[in-house]
Design a protein around this ligand. Structure first.
Ligand code: BTN
Length: 243
C-alpha cells in the first residue's frame, strides 16, 4: 500500500482530489498529514485536529463495478470498517451515528468525508477522508468529542492505527465490489446509534419533534418513524439528532 506522508496540508481530501486531476493515481493510495490547516467536514463544516495526536488521512479508491445507485455503499463500507478497526483496537461502545459519525460512549470519535466521482451510471472513484481522534487528552469547546485515549487511558502509535484502519477500509470496499451491498446495509443498520429509541430531532427550520431511528434506505437516507407521519426518509442536511 502506497502512503504519502505530509507534515502539513490544507486538507488531505482536497490534496488527493487535485492530485487525481493531474496524475493517474494508484488504487488505494493514502495521503496522511500531521497537520491540516483547512480540514473539511460534512455539510461544509470544518474538521479541527490536534497536531500529531489525531489521525487525518484520505484514500483514493477506484471502482469498476459499483453503480451510482449504490453510492451509499461507500458510506456503509467505511463506517463498518471504522467500527471493525476500533473493535480490534479494543475501543468499547462503538456505534455509527447516521450517516457516518463514529461514536464511543455516546461521543464522537471519528468523522468520515467521502467525495465521489461518477461517470454516467457508474461510480468511478472516491476520495475517502477519515479524521480519527487518537491521543487527544481534552477538547476545548467540543463537549461531544472524544478520543481513543479518553476512551481507554492508553496512548497509540498513529502509524499502527493507520495500518489497522486502512486495512479494514480496503477489506470492506472489496466486499462492496463483490456485491455485498445489501448485507453491508444490514450490518450498518445493526450498529446505528440510538436505533429503536425515542429521540429528539430538529429540522431545518428549528422545529423539534420526537422520532425513532428504524434504519436506512438503499439511498442512505435515514428512515425515521414519527407519531404523526409514520416512517419518513430524511437526507443529512434535512435533520439533526439532539442528544
Ligand atoms: C465530519 O465528521 O464532518 C467528517 C470529517 C472528516 C475529516 C477528515 S480528516 C482527513 C480528511 N481531510 C479532510 O479535509 N477531511 C477529512
Amino acid at each position: 500500500m502506497k502512503i504519502i506522508k505530509l507534515s502539513a496540508i490544507d486538507s488531505t481530501n482536497s490534496y488527493l482530489k487535485e492530485l487525481s486531476k493531474k496524475e493517474d493515481l494508484e488504487d488505494g493510495l493514502i495521503v496522511v498529514a500531521k497537520a491540516q490547516t483547512n480540514g473539511r467536514g460534512q455539510l461544509g463544516s470544518t474538521w479541527q485536529s490536534e497536531v500529531e495526536k489525531s489521525l487525518t488521512f484520505s484514500m483514493f479508491k477506484r471502482f469498476s463495478k459499483v453503480s451510482i445507485s449504490q453510492q451509499s455503499g461507500i458510506t456503509f463500507a467505511v463506517s463498518l470498517a471504522l467500527k471493525t478497526a476500533l473493535d480490534r483496537l479494543q475501543i468499547q461502545e462503538i456505534a455509527i451515528k447516521w450517516p457516518n459519525d463514529i461514536m464511543s460512549y455516546q461521543k464522537k470519535l471519528a468523522g468520515i468525508l467521502v467525495e465521489n466521482q461518477v461517470q454516467g451510471a457508474q461510480l468511478t472513484n472516491s476520495v475517502i477522508g477519515v479524521g480519527l481522534n487518537v491521543n487527544e487528552a481534552k477538547f476545548s469547546g467540543l463537549p461531544q468529542a472524544t478520543s481513543m485515549f479518553l476512551s481507554t487511558g492508553q496512548t497509540y502509535n498513529l502509524d499502527e492505527v493507520l495500518a489497522v484502519v486502512s486495512e479494514a477500509v480496503l477489506k470492506q470496499l472489496k466486499r462492496l465490489e463483490a456485491g455485498s451491498f445489501l448485507l453491508m446495509k444490514e450490518e450498518y443498520e445493526e450498529t446505528l446509534f440510538r436505533k429503536n429509541e425515542i429521540m429528539v430531532f430538529e429540522d431545518v427550520v428549528g422545529r423539534r419533534f420526537n422520532g425513532i431511528v428504524r434504519g436506512v434506505a438503499e439511498t442512505g437516507e435515514l428512515l425515521l418513524e414519527t407519531e404523526a407521519d409514520g416512517v419518513q426518509r430524511f437526507q443529512h442536511k434535512e435533520i439533526k439528532m439532539l442528544f
